[in-house]
Design a protein around this ligand. Structure first.
Ligand code: HEM
Length: 418
């Protein structure tokens, strides 16, 4: 039996109530395994040492939003983060705030919930918050909220990479929330309600819808395909890789920013694909570009998807079976100082571009312990040599410090920072 959203007629329940509702301490603990076998409608626990939505088996849908903070008032911002936390705990547990206004339950007031998720189950909703560098120090160098001395070194701005065609209006931001769910309406509803609650404190800078996860984050999940038709996520960091997660995913106090211990750094890139050109490329060329076959997803020269790639193998012509410029070679930890990423991206198609082409691609999402040692070197090597670059363009970029999880009563998003 899945939990059904209940239309409460009172204002939203607080964190304490929600904590009870999501069975803290059960197998469903925020940020740690929700079995991939769990029903797609079931809730994922919000509370835990780590935020949910990172190692949680990737859900099918995404609504990602970046926000600008429009107040100078630190107390107002912290109050909103408290309200967001209570709303996030409630929504991820599959509960609505109810349709009647908070002020005395009056029908004259705007509803406490926009209503489009009434009757829908929790649908595996996770909400993951991140803080952008501009929250700490704005473009003019101003310490708006008295936290400039807490900027983690790992939040160093990403360098310009060759081929970047970044659009500032869909890049960066003060805050971000990644909403993932197995029902698009549930993910959209969650972001919309956070924006509604934040009215006057934050405004949406940009948002991105995604469908069809392009990564698996658990060995229980089948590998999905990206819009180039290839299995994506085969050699991803997965929740079963506990030693690697400890070493490569979760920030630690000794990394410099104690408030980030148990958190992780997120890089987002909206990568446009020229699918029309890709679709006119031969199968052999497509496979050579990735270094994997398209049907099975096996490394070239091997038979099965999870076989290890042999980067030393040479064909009858004496050439490497996996080309020097193949995506999986350039991105492989062996050639990037052991760097791994936990990728969690989604496909997108945002209509067409007016030039007879789909505005389609991959909204790339990757979590890691330190982008300076992980995303940056891997992307440098890809930007320099990947033949895939002929078919893709990075048009938006974001770097976010995602704090540790909310542990229960009295705790809220950003507490360790503020
Ligand atoms: C692997 C697609 C961009 C990092 C792969 C694979 C595919 C793929 C099909 C092989 C299957 C797998 O192991 O997941 C794409 C597409 C991209 C893209 C279509 C752009 C539209 C990126 C970017 C990065 C990245 C920007 C990081 C900077 C990786 C890594 C692997 C990988 C680390 C695993 C390498 C290994 O250990 O074998 N990608 N990718 N990819 N990709 Fe990408």
């Amino acid at each position: 039996m899945v939990s059904r959203r209940t239309a409460l007629t009172t204002a939203g329940i607080g964190i304490a109530g929600a904590a009870g509702a999501v069975a803290v301490g059960s197998a469903f603990v925020g940020g740690t395994p929700t079995p991939a076998s769990a029903s797609p409608a079931a809730p994922v626990a919000f509370f835990g040492e780590h935020q949910a939505g990172i190692v949680t088996p990737a859900q099918d849908r995404l609504h990602f939003a970046a926000f600008d903070v429009i107040t100078k008032d630190r107390a107002k911002l912290v109050e909103m983060l408290r309200e967001w936390t209570a709303a996030a705990a409630r929504m991820t547990a599959g509960r609505d705030a109810g349709l009647l206004g908070a002020v005395g339950g009056q029908a004259e007031a705007p509803p406490d919930d926009t209503g489009e998720a009434l009757g829908l189950p929790a649908s595996g909703l996770t909400l993951t918050i991140g803080f952008g560098r501009s929250l700490f120090r704005d473009a003019a160098g101003l310490d708006r909220f008295g936290i400039a001395d807490r900027i983690p070194a790992a939040l160093e701005p990403l360098p310009h990479f060759p081929g970047d065609a970044l659009r500032p209006e869909i890049s960066d931001g003060d805050l971000c929330v990644q909403a993932c769910a197995n029902d698009p309406q549930v993910a959209v509803h969650a972001i919309r309600n956070l924006a509604r609650i934040g009215f006057g404190t934050v405004s949406i800078r940009y948002s991105q819808l995604g469908f069809g996860r392009t990564s698996s984050t658990s060995r229980d999940q089948a590998t999905a395909r990206n819009l180039m038709g290839f299995k994506d996520g085969t050699r991803n960091l997965k929740l079963e890789d506990t030693d690697l997660l400890r070493e490569q995913l979760w920030a630690r106090a000794e990394d410099g920013a104690a408030w980030m211990a148990g958190g992780s750094y997120l890089v987002t890139r909206r990568i446009r694909m020229t699918v029309e050109t890709w679709d006119r490329t031969s199968l052999a060329e497509q496979e050579a570009i990735f270094g994997r076959d398209k049907g099975e997803g096996a490394p070239l020269g091997q038979a099965k998807e999870f076989d290890e790639p042999d980067f030393n193998a040479r064909g009858d012509d004496g050439e490497p079976v996996i080309a020097k410029q193949a995506h999986i070679r350039l991105a492989h930890p062996d050639f990037n100082n052991g760097a791994h990423l936990l990728r969690r991206g989604y496909n997108f198609v945002d209509g067409s571009d007016g030039l007879g082409r789909l505005d389609a691609g991959l909204f790339f999402i990757a979590y890691q312990r330190d982008p300076r040692k992980q995303f940056v070197p891997v992307q440098r090597s890809l930007a320099r040599a990947d033949v895939l670059n002929e078919y893709i363009r990075h048009v938006s970029s974001g770097l976010w410090a995602c704090p540790p999880g909310v542990t229960g009563d009295g705790d809220h998003w950003g507490r360790t920072l503020f």
